[in-house]
Design a protein. Structure first.
Lengths: 327, 554
């Protein structure tokens, strides 16, 4: 959970027309991508380590001076940094992510091979986190003060556990003691259970905490009293009315949560030996593979902005007040 | 051992193995004599879980590191191999002859061998492989150094090749036994590097079938395999290999890797950590293969190229004040044996001088006094001319396992008692190489794998202080001794075994008695495998396990 939590209040002001809103958001996406590309490009140039050397076999390579010169020319590394930056932006604009020197293949191909696995993991984790958060809320909201306290305590603990620790505990319990789930990723749905659970539990704790407060407010709202007066069951009131209210801030956070899942994937993909971009990113940074790192950062940034857009749309669907046009 | 109810793939293996057993019963079995568990079973899929970084290229000519060697051992073969005692034995070359001047070597090649793409193995293929390793565009590092003295390759006849050298090289055969210069199909080498990296073509018992990045490489049986090295019993030859498929997985986390072995997801794991090996001892379903790597022992190099270690007395004082034995015992749980040699225990020419490394804090204190480090500052560290006795120790967190990093911390604590301030700097690989290139270190531990005692020339000849353009240099102890240079140069030029042994012994004596290194233990190379895996052995060359003769007992 390393990303700052955006406030949801700003989105509450009456929205402009749908088309204009979408255009504005698309412009935002382009800006975020440009900023991500620029920051990554310059940050990686500040890190010690010669890119030409990385191309010729990585740290400690014993490449000769001619080979290094040739590589510098070939990759334009002998040009001034500004020229390199502009060439790089120009190539990005045409959709060319460049060649990964550590993998001996195009960056786009390398990302293409890994993206699906990370996306599947992130979406499964998000769904699982929502399921866990709602289940816990449903139980604790109707179980009296003790259940409320237990629920809130569990959420606090869940939100705080580090991924690598949780992964080890889950492997010990489900794979070694019970022997019902594989400790490392295997093809098929069984393989994703433990990795998704590892990412989902802390996130569920976090979503639960966000929902809890608004749940409390909603429970005391007049419409709940009205519903009770109509004779609706407590379960129906929870699922139909209060949860819908309580979910609004949490839905808004799902875009942010998606970003945090991808950063968590770096740990989880390594521990469970899963394919994925998180693992690619880790080894690319270690090998100083600049093009691969920037490529992955861009794709993640794109996925993150798209996801935020989707949650905003969802927000508008759940909460009619957001899409109300001022008179 | 806890129950293992997750057994779907295991059941599949059992079924396959059962079918294979039926098939095997119909054909005359080619059992290796001395195998403990009866007739080999043909067929089956074995999963190998590697803790090493996934290679970026499956062709070990490119770059040339140990993870590449591990997997390439299953599909590539070399001109020569070594037997258990370290003697050079035939493999793809049946015999060889050194010219009288030591500048040319003729190799007679096997005539019945084909690469798995159908290209015949011949003298032209050898020439193409050496050219590939020496081509700067290949960016070979390990293989390039091994073949540095080869100037010209002549295909004398179809199956007779002559290597012409720039200077005599007594290490040539040992160099050629290494997997980093193994033979690949010349036709396959003509493909782009991207293609060749993804599926190199060799003559080995398995063939690269598919590489799913960051997951696994699938190796399938080479049905036409004919060319095991000479130490494989002749009657085992035709039936090899027994396994149908090897799934080569990459599981970086050591706890997950062990869990995969326990749960049956994997049958062999590498990079087993000391605590894991210890806990596996009580598990009958798991066995260990300990295969120390050849070349240099793991050791701490004392940088004699600058103060304070340019003074031999200070080096000896440091070595005498740290209790390495105790640290190894407590941190490695008896899985690593203390070394007193610059060479690995698998090198027949290694010289061990334990008496130089006994702990003697009084002697250390006297040496430091003598060297002028007489004062102590408020923190208890020795001081000379107002300068504290400080040692910088960059530690590569990629190369030093957790137990080794803890050992360095114990050494730091011991050295503090004697008045040394050891500053440990844990670094990632790029920054670590950076610190070495800047000469920003007094102590360092760097592994080096190479077959044969010629590794001493690489590591301690003064030529190796000269950095490559990348800043890389191998002589990290910065030993600059003309007498040692002379011994190492003569040793690498003589092929008389007795003279060679005597020269390398004198060279090691100089290195050890000059307190240039503090030997720790062999380069650790521990494998754990399920008891169902039979016939697994490590190659006597670079200690990589080979599955050519391995099979899965039902």
């Amino acid at each position: 959970m390393t990303l700052p939590v955006p406030t949801t209040g700003a989105r509450r002001r009456p929205a402009p027309g749908n088309r204009r809103w979408l255009l504005l958001r698309a412009g935002g996406v382009v800006f975020v991508l440009w900023a991500a590309a620029t920051i990554t490009f310059f940050a990686l140039r500040l890190v010690p380590g010669d890119p030409a050397e990385a191309i010729l076999g990585g740290p400690g390579s014993q490449a000769g001076p001619e080979a290094l010169d040739q590589v510098r020319r070939e990759y334009g590394l002998d040009q001034p940094l500004v020229v390199q930056y502009l060439t790089y932006l120009g190539r990005l604009a045409t959709g060319d992510l460049g060649q990964s020197y550590s993998l001996h293949k195009p960056v786009a191909t390398a990302i293409g091979e890994q993206f699906g696995a990370t996306l599947a993991l992130a979406l499964c984790s998000l769904a699982l986190a929502w399921a866990l958060a709602c289940a816990l809320a449903a139980w604790s909201v109707r179980g009296g003060r003790i259940a409320w306290a237990i629920g809130s305590g569990l959420e606090l603990v869940a939100a705080a556990v580090p991924h690598f620790w949780l992964a080890t505990v889950l492997i010990l319990f489900f794979s070694i003691t019970l022997g019902i789930l594989p400790p490392v990723s295997v093809p098929g749905p069984l393989g994703i259970v433990l990795p998704a659970l590892t990412l989902a539990i802390p996130l569920a704790g976090f979503l639960g905490q966000v929902m809890r407060e608004s749940l409390l407010t909603a429970m005391e709202s007049p419409f709940v009293t009205t519903a009770r007066a109509r004779g609706e069951s407590e379960a129906r009131i929870f699922w139909r009315h209060t949860l819908r209210h309580a979910a609004i801030p949490a839905v808004g956070l799902s875009g942010w949560a998606f970003g945090s899942l991808i950063s968590g994937a770096v740990v989880v993909e390594s521990v469970f030996a899963r394919q994925g971009l998180g693992r690619s990113l880790l080894s690319a940074v270690q090998l100083r593979d600049v093009t691969l790192v920037t490529g992955i950062v861009l794709v993640v940034a794109l996925a993150y902005t798209v996801m935020t857009l989707v949650t905003d749309l969802a927000d508008r669907a759940i909460d009619p007040r957001v899409r109300a046009v001022p008179q | 051992m806890p129950s293992r109810r997750f057994s779907r793939p295991r059941a599949a293996v059992v079924v396959t193995a059962a079918v294979a057993l039926l098939l095997a019963a119909c054909s005359p079995g080619g059992g290796t004599p001395g195998e403990p568990s009866g007739e080999p079973v043909e067929g089956g899929t074995l999963t190998y879980a590697s803790g090493d970084a996934e290679p970026s290229c499956l062709d070990p000519h490119v770059g040339g590191n140990y993870p590449q060697a591990l997997i390439a051992t299953q599909y590539l073969e070399s001109l020569v191999s070594l037997d258990e005692s370290g003697e050079v034995i035939p493999w793809l070359a049946t015999e060889w002859q050194e010219g009288d001047d030591g500048l040319s070597w003729e190799f007679t090649l096997r005539e019945d061998v084909q690469f798995t793409d159908g290209t015949p193995f011949d003298a032209e293929a050898v020439a193409a492989n050496i050219a590939h390793v020496q081509d700067p565009a290949t960016a070979s590092s390990t293989g390039y150094l091994a073949l540095a003295k080869i100037e010209n390759v002549v295909a004398v006849e179809d199956h007779l090749v002559r290597l012409e050298l720039s200077m005599p090289d007594s290490a040539l055969l040992e160099s050629l036994s290494q997997i980093w210069v193994a033979m690949e199909s010349p036709k396959a080498l003509e493909r782009s590097q991207e293609e060749n990296c993804a599926a190199p073509v060799g003559t080995g018992p398995f063939v690269v079938d598919e590489w799913e990045r960051q997951d696994s490489v699938t190796l399938v049986r080479n049905d036409d395999y004919t060319s095991p090295p000479a130490d494989v019993p002749a009657d085992a030859g035709t039936g090899l290999p027994y396994l149908d498929t090897i799934v080569w997985r990459f599981i970086p986390d050591s706890a997950s890797r062990y869990a995969a072995l326990q749960s049956g997801e994997a049958q062999v794991i590498d990079n087993a950590q000391p605590d894991t090996i210890r806990s596996a001892e009580s598990d009958e379903a798991i066995q260990e293969l300990d295969a120390p790597r050849p070349g240099a022992a793991n050791r701490i190099e004392l940088n004699s190229g600058k103060a304070p270690f340019d003074d031999e007395r200070v080096r000896e004082a440091f070595v005498r004040s740290v209790n390495v034995d105790e640290g190894i015992e407590s941190l490695f749980f008896g899985t690593a044996e203390r070394s007193y040699s610059p060479l690995s225990s698998v090198e027949p020419l290694g010289l061990s001088l334990p008496e130089l490394f006994t702990v003697d804090t009084d002697a250390a204190a006297a040496l430091l006094d003598e060297a002028g480090w007489t004062e102590r500052d408020a923190d208890g560290y020795r001081v000379k001319d107002g300068k504290r006795l400080t040692l910088d120790f960059p530690v590569s967190t990629n190369q030093s396992i957790p137990a080794e990093q803890s050992l360095f911390e114990q050494i730091q604590a011991d050295a503090k008692e004697a008045g040394f301030e050891v500053r440990l700097h844990p670094l990632d690989l790029s920054s670590w190489y950076g610190a070495l290139a800047e000469n920003d270190y007094d102590l360092v531990s760097a592994p080096y794998t190479k077959v044969g005692p010629d590794v001493l020339r690489v590591l301690y000849h003064s030529d190796s202080i000269e950095p490559a353009p990348s800043g890389y240099f191998a002589n990290l102890a910065q030993v600059d001794d003309p007498a040692l240079d002379d011994l190492l140069t003569r040793a690498s030029a003589t092929s008389d075994p007795d003279a060679r042994q005597s020269l390398y012994e004198q060279a090691q004596r100089i290195i050890l008695e000059g307190y240039h290194v503090l030997p720790l233990y062999d380069q650790q190379n521990h494998f754990l495998h399920s008891s169902t895996v039979q016939g697994l052995r490590a190659m006597p060359t670079v200690s990589t396990p080979t599955f050519a003769e391995a099979w899965l007992a039902s």
